[in-house]
Design a protein around this ligand. Structure first.
Ligand code: KIV
Length: 281
């Protein structure tokens, strides 16, 4: 079944957990979709996982659209959310609506995700007014890594916890259909989830959220970089890939691959004629 903002809302009401995973290409989106995932996020984490940057800041609108188009082609009926990259919505409401519209028109995604809260209320409301579903992202917001002084758990003191609750409410009041909570203490996430009527999706935010998201290279243990505390490895795909590449290398070096089974045949007569010097000059 194709999810919509309404069916995702109903999942919260019914207490059914929402599953989300990132994808950045056609093949991964197709596998995630066939596996029955509820939603796919084309995260700007692609800056690290696909492009090898240290953070998400250098990711462009063109990068996001390029990857999101591949994902929507593979995602079938799965609901796709595409991140708005750094500085595509922060400078003005005009930028926010124009760039959100570009993502929807050019990528085929079903919604956009933006980081922030009360500080970008007008932009959230304006994107929603343009009939574009918005997913918020609060807590540890990677596009603010420099302002936050690193990738750290957020909302640990009363003032910051209160601010996170206000940011979550700002998204809901401005019309967002969902909010992502990243690196938020579990008990604070529970309060935010209880206070909001829209679903919350956690990453490093405990079990009390309405759903969970993970970066697929993290959950499949493919990414060679630092692994956050909240990551669980659900499969050893990186190791399987290494095994596969090594087996391929040694079979090619030893002349085992390709065998007849993986080669094409030609009539003996054609070869005999060639060998007899009947090649046209
Ligand atoms: O960019 C991303 O992948 C994200 C998730 C980590 C929530 O925003």
């Amino acid at each position: 079944m194709k999810h919509t903002v309404l069916t995702l809302q109903k999942m919260k009401e019914d207490g059914e957990k929402i599953t989300m995973v990132t994808a950045y290409d056609y093949t991964t989106a197709a596998i995630a979709s066939e596996s029955g995932i509820d939603t796919i996020l084309v995260g700007d984490s692609l800056g690290m996982t696909m492009l090898g940057y240290d953070d998400t800041l250098a990711v462009t609108m063109d990068d996001m659209i390029h990857h999101a188009r591949a994902v929507t082609r593979g995602a079938g009926d799965t609901f796709v959310i595409c991140d708005m990259p750094f500085m595509s919505y922060q400078a003005s409401v005009y930028d926010a609506v124009t760039n959100a519209g570009r993502i929807m028109k050019e990528s085929g995604a079903n919604a956009v995700k933006i980081e922030g809260g009360a500080n970008i209320y007008d932009s959230i409301a304006a994107i929603v007014d343009a009939s574009i579903p918005v997913c918020g992202h609060i807590g540890m917001t990677p596009q603010s890594v420099n302002a936050m002084g690193g990738f750290k758990v957020q909302g640990k003191d009363i003032k910051k916890a209160q601010q996170l609750i206000e940011d979550a409410r700002a998204f809901e009041d401005a019309g967002a259909f969902m909010v992502t909570l990243e690196c938020v203490p579990s008990r604070l996430s529970e309060i935010i989830t209880r206070e909001l009527s829209i679903p919350t999706i956690g990453i490093g935010a405990g079990a009390g959220c309405d759903g969970q998201v993970l970066v697929y290279q993290d959950m499949l243990n493919m990414f060679p970089g630092h692994q956050a505390k909240f990551v669980k490895h659900f499969a050893e795909v990186g190791e399987e890939m290494r095994k596969g590449f090594k087996a391929y290398i040694s079979e090619v070096k030893e002349g085992v691959f390709p065998s007849d089974e993986h080669s094409f045949k030609i009539d003996d007569e054609v070869i005999e004629n060639l060998e007899l010097g009947k090649i046209r000059k």
